[in-house]
Ligand binder design. Structure first.
Ligand code: MCN
Length: 785
C-alpha cells in the first residue's frame, strides 16, 4: 500500500456519509430546542413609529418577544464592520434588530421565541409594527444623484470612493495615455445582482448550561463567530465554543460574522436558560442575508495596431446595498484584480461603493473578480473586433511573459500587501485551451459561436491558519484545523497531506474542521484559502511530528534519525526493512507514562533499566506525546490562473442560448487532489453559467425583491450544463512549502465573460451585460434590425 497520496485522485471520503443521508446539518440538531423566528421589514425604507406586541401575547407556546429596546447595550449595538478601509469614510452596519429605521425589505425588527416554529411564526404574524414609509433608493445611477438618502448622514449615498492609478514607465497617467493612443474605445457594462444561494440557508442553535455557551452555526468562520459572540455577550473566550456541523454550502454568504441571529439566539439562550434554534427559510435567505455582483462600469481603453493596451480607465459604481459589514472588499477585489494576466501600460480605476435600499452586499464566490474579468475580457474582445484580429492574438500580445515572474502589478492587494504574481505561464495556458476546445478548427456559422476568457486569482490570503497533528498509541493520526468546510472535500485532502507527510495509510488519518473545541485559532474558509493556508499548516505540523517520531524511533532502533524513513505506518532503517518499529509503538514511547494494550507493544516499550537517572523523564524542551502544532502565515497571496472557452448555440427564432461545450485549463500550482479540483471547477462553472444566463435579483422601484424564491430565481439544472472538459497546468508557487495555489473559485470567475464572448461571436452583436437572457438577446437583435 502506498502512502504517497499527494497528487492522487483519492475519492472524497465525506461523500458516502452525506449521500446516504447521514449528514448532520444545523437543523438536524437541537430537536428539543425552543424555536426563534423574526418579524422582518416589509418596507425597503421606513421609520418605525411603534411596535405593538399585545396581539401575540396569547399565542400558546410563546416564550419571549424582543425588540431592539429590550437588548442590553453590548448586544444591541451596531454589528461590527469587519474590514475597515481608509477609503470607506461612511461605513455603516445594521443593528441586530432594527433601531428606528429599516433600510431594506427583510431587515429583522422583532425576535420571537416560542415552543416551536409554528407558535413562533404565529406570534410574528400578530405583532403590529407601525411604519412610516420613506422613499427607497433603488438603482445605482439613481442612488448617486443623492436625491434620497439611505443613511441620512451619507451624502450622495457614497460610502467609499477610491481612485487607484498605475502610471506608464515614463510617468503618464491612463487618461493621458488613452488620449495619445492610436485607437480608443469607450463603452458601458451592466452587471446585475446575484447571490450565493447555498442549498442550506443560515442557522444557529445555542445552549447555555449556566457556565458555558455552546453555539452551533452553519458558518464558514466558526472561530470568528466565537470571538464576536464572546465579545457581545461579555463572556471570556474560554466559555464559548462554536461548532460548524455539516454545512450545506456557503459560497461566501456564511463568512459574515456575526449575523444578527448569531448574537441574538445565544443571548436569548442565556437569558432564558433554554436551548434555542433558528433555521433560516428560503425567503428569509433571499431578503435577509447578502447579495453581490451588481456593478455599472464605464470603460475607456487606448491601444496600438497590434491590440496592445496602452491605457485603461475604468469607473465603477458598485452597489453595496444598505450596509457594509464586510467593508469594501468586493470593489477592491474587482479594481485590483481586473488586470488579470495582462501587462497594461497604464491603468486608472475609480470606484464608488454606493448605498441602496436593498440587501447588503458581501463576497459571493469570486468576490468581485467575475465583474473585473468581465470588464477586462470584454475589453480584449472589443479590441480584437475593432482591429479585425483573432481574439486570442490580442490577449497574447498583452500577456505577462513566463520569464517575468515575480510580476508586480503595482497595486495593493485586499490585505494591504503588494499585488505581486508569484508564478504562472499564460501563453502555455492559452495554447492548452485552444487545443482543448479546438479554437483554430472551429467552424463558425450564424447562431454558433466560440468564446474565451482568462483570469488570474489571488488565493491563499493570510493572515494565518494552523494545524494540529497527533499520533495515538493505536497508530491513528488525528488532524485538526480551525477553518470550516462547506463541501470542498477538506476531510480528504488534509488526510492526503498528513498521510503523505507522515508515511501512513490514509485510512488511519481522521480530520476535524470547524470546531473551536479542537482548534481555537483560525480565520475561516473563503477566498480559496483552505488548501494553501491549512494545507501548509498541517504539513508543517506533520513535519514536526515526523521529526520527533524519527528521534524516538532512532533511540529504540539504535540508529541515526537521518537513516530512518516512514512508510505504511512503520519507521524503518532505510534499506533494512526488518529493522523497524510501528508508529503506534513510537507514540507509546513518546509518553513516559506507559499503558501498553497488547503484548507486542508491551515488549517493545518495556522498562530497559537503562534510563538516565540524572535527567527528568520528560527532558527539558520536550513534551510528552507524539503531537505537534504549527501555523502557516504567508508573506503575500499566491496567484492561480486559468482560461476557459465555450461554444454556444443561439436559436434563430426564440433567441434561446445553449452552451454546448465548455472547456477549462487551470493552474493552481501543485494539485493535492485533481479529482476534487475538477469537482470544484465543475461546480464553479455551473454556478458561473447561472450567473451568465439565468440568475439575477430583480428589485422593483419600491425596493421589493420580486423573485425571492426558487420558483422565480432561475438556477441552471444539470440539463443546462454541458460536460465540462478540464486540463491542468502545474506551475508551483514558490511562496509556500507545498507549492500550491487555491482552486475553489476558479470555476466561476470568467464564465460570464466567456459566454458573452461566444454569444457575440454567434450573433455579431456586442454583449455588454451579465447575465443575458433570451428576451434581452431578442431585443438586441431587434435593435440591430
Ligand atoms: N485543492 C487541491 N489542490 C490545489 C488547490 C485546491 O486539491 N492545488 C482542493 C482543496 O484542498 C480543497 C478544494 O480544492 O479541497 C478547494 O480548495 P481552495 O481553493 O483552498 O478553496 P477553499 O477550500 O478555501 O474553499 C473556499 C472556496 C470558496 S472561496 C467558495 S465561495 C466555495 C468553494 O470553495 N464555496 C463552496 N467551493 C465550494 N464548494 C462547495 N461544495 N460548497 C461551497 O460553499
Amino acid at each position: 500500500m502506498t502512502t504517497r497520496l499527494f497528487g492522487e485522485p483519492v475519492q472524497r471520503r465525506e461523500d458516502p456519509r452525506l449521500l446516504t443521508g447521514q449528514g448532520r446539518y444545523l437543523d438536524d440538531l437541537g430537536q428539543e430546542a425552543l424555536a426563534a423566528a423574526f418579524v422582518r421589514s416589509p418596507h425597503a425604507h421606513a421609520r418605525i413609529r411603534d411596535i405593538d406586541v399585545t396581539g401575540a401575547l396569547d399565542v400558546e407556546g410563546l416564550i419571549a418577544i424582543y425588540t431592539w429596546e429590550d437588548l442590553p447595550e453590548r448586544v444591541g449595538r451596531a454589528l461590527p464592520l469587519l474590514i475597515p478601509h481608509p477609503a470607506l469614510t461612511h461605513g455603516r452596519t445594521a443593528y441586530p434588530l432594527a433601531r428606528e429605521i429599516v433600510r431594506h425589505v427583510g431587515e429583522p425588527v422583532v425576535m420571537v421565541v416560542a415552543a416551536d416554529r409554528y407558535a413562533a411564526e404565529d406570534a410574528c404574524g400578530l405583532i403590529e409594527v407601525d411604519y412610516e414609509p420613506l422613499k427607497p433608493v433603488v438603482g445605482l445611477e439613481e442612488a448617486v444623484q443623492g436625491a434620497q438618502l439611505v443613511h441620512e448622514d451619507v451624502p450622495g449615498n457614497v460610502g467609499a470612493h477610491l481612485v487607484q492609478e498605475v502610471r506608464t514607465a515614463d510617468g503618464r497617467g491612463a487618461r493621458e495615455a488613452i488620449e495619445t493612443s492610436p485607437h480608443t474605445l469607450a463603452f458601458r457594462l451592466d452587471i446585475e445582482r446575484s447571490a450565493s444561494t447555498p442549498l442550506e440557508g443560515r442557522g444557529v442553535y445555542a445552549r447555555w448550561d449556566g457556565r458555558d455557551l455552546r453555539v452551533y452555526s452553519s458558518t464558514q468562520t466558526s472561530t470568528s463567530v466565537r470571538m464576536a459572540v464572546a465579545a457581545a455577550l461579555e463572556l471570556p473566550l474560554t466559555q464559548v465554543e462554536v461548532i460548524a456541523p455539516d454545512v450545506g454550502g456557503g459560497f461566501g454568504v456564511k463568512i459574515v460574522h456575526p449575523w444578527p441571529e448569531e448574537v441574538l439566539v445565544p443571548w436569548a439562550a442565556m437569558v432564558l436558560g433554554r436551548e434555542i434554534k433558528w433555521t433560516e427559510d428560503r425567503r428569509e435567505h433571499f431578503v435577509s442575508s447578502s447579495h453581490e455582483r451588481g456593478q455599472v462600469q464605464y470603460v475607456r481603453v487606448g491601444f496600438d495596431d497590434d491590440g496592445r493596451v496602452l491605457g485603461l480607465d475604468v469607473t465603477i459604481l458598485h452597489d453595496h446595498g444598505a450596509y457594509t459589514p464586510y467593508g469594501i472588499i468586493v470593489p477592491i477585489v474587482t479594481s485590483t484584480q481586473l488586470l488579470g494576466p495582462y501587462k497594461i501600460g497604464s491603468y486608472r480605476v475609480d470606484f464608488s461603493a454606493v448605498y441602496t435600499n436593498t440587501v447588503q452586499v458581501t463576497p459571493y464566490r469570486g468576490a468581485g473578480r467575475p465583474q473585473g474579468v468581465f470588464c477586462m475580457e470584454r475589453t480584449m474582445d472589443k479590441i480584437a473586433r475593432y482591429l479585425g484580429k483573432d481574439r486570442t492574438q490580442v490577449r497574447e500580445v498583452n500577456f505577462i511573459g513566463p520569464d517575468e515572474f515575480p510580476y508586480d502589478q503595482q497595486m495593493t492587494f485586499q490585505d494591504g500587501r503588494p499585488l505581486i504574481y508569484d508564478s504562472g505561464n499564460y501563453p502555455e495556458l492559452l495554447r492548452m485551451i485552444k487545443e482543448l476546445i479546438g479554437w483554430d478548427s472551429f467552424e463558425r456559422r450564424p447562431g454558433r459561436g466560440i468564446g474565451i476568457g482568462c483570469y488570474v486569482e489571488g488565493t491563499g490570503v493570510g493572515p494565518y491558519e494552523g494545524g494540529h497533528v497527533q499520533i495515538t498509541s493505536d497508530g491513528r493520526v488525528h488532524v485538526s484545523t480551525g477553518l470550516t468546510s462547506q463541501g470542498q472535500g477538506h476531510q480528504t485532502v488534509f488526510a492526503q497531506i498528513a498521510a503523505t507527510e507522515l508515511g501512513v495509510p490514509i485510512e488511519r488519518v481522521s480530520v476535524v474542521t470547524g470546531d473551536t473545541r479542537r482548534f481555537g485559532y483560525a480565520v475561516g474558509t473563503f477566498a480559496s484559502r483552505a488548501a494553501v493556508m491549512s494545507g501548509n499548516a498541517i504539513a508543517l505540523a506533520c513535519r514536526k511530528v515526523r521529526e520527533k517520531a524519527l528521534r524516538i524511533a532512532a533511540d529504540a532502533l539504535e540508529a541515526d534519525p537521518a537513516d530512518l524513513d516512514i512508510a505504511d505506518g512503520m519507521v524503518h532503517v532505510a534499506g533494512t526493512p526488518s529493522a523497524s518499529i510501528p508508529l503506534s509503538t513510537v507514540a507509546v514511547l513518546a509518553n513516559p507514562l506507559r499503558y501498553a494494550f497488547d503484548e507486542e507493544t508491551a515488549k517493545a516499550t518495556q522498562f530497559s533499566g537503562a534510563a538516565d537517572l540524572d535527567r527528568p523523564p520528560v527532558a527539558e524542551g520536550q513534551e510528552p506525546g507524539l503531537e505537534g502544532r504549527d501555523y502557516y502565515s504567508p508573506i503575500r497571496s499566491t496567484f492561480a490562473s486559468g482560461m476557459h472557452a465555450a461554444i454556444v448555440e443561439t436559436d434563430p427564432d426564440t433567441a434561446e442560448i445553449k452552451v454546448v461545450r465548455y472547456a477549462v485549463v487551470h493552474d493552481c500550482g501543485r494539485l493535492i487532489n485533481p479529482m476534487i479540483v475538477e469537482g470544484q471547477i465543475h461546480g464553479g462553472v455551473a454556478q458561473g453559467i447561472g450567473g451568465a444566463l439565468y440568475e439575477r435579483m430583480v428589485y422593483d422601484s419600491h425596493g421589493q425583491l420580486v423573485n425571492a424564491s426558487f420558483m422565480d430565481f432561475l438556477m441552471p439544472y444539470a440539463t443546462e450544463i454541458p460536460p465540462i472538459e478540464t486540463a491542468h497546468l502545474e506551475t508551483p508557487s514558490p511562496l509556500n512549502p507545498l507549492g500550491i495555489k487555491g482552486a475553489g473559485e476558479a470555476g466561476v470567475i470568467p464564465v460570464s465573460a466567456v459566454i458573452a464572448s461566444a454569444i457575440e461571436d454567434a450573433e455579431g452583436i456586442e454583449i455588454d451585460r451579465m447575465p443575458i437572457s433570451p428576451s434581452e438577446l431578442f431585443d438586441l437583435r431587434a435593435a440591430r434590425g
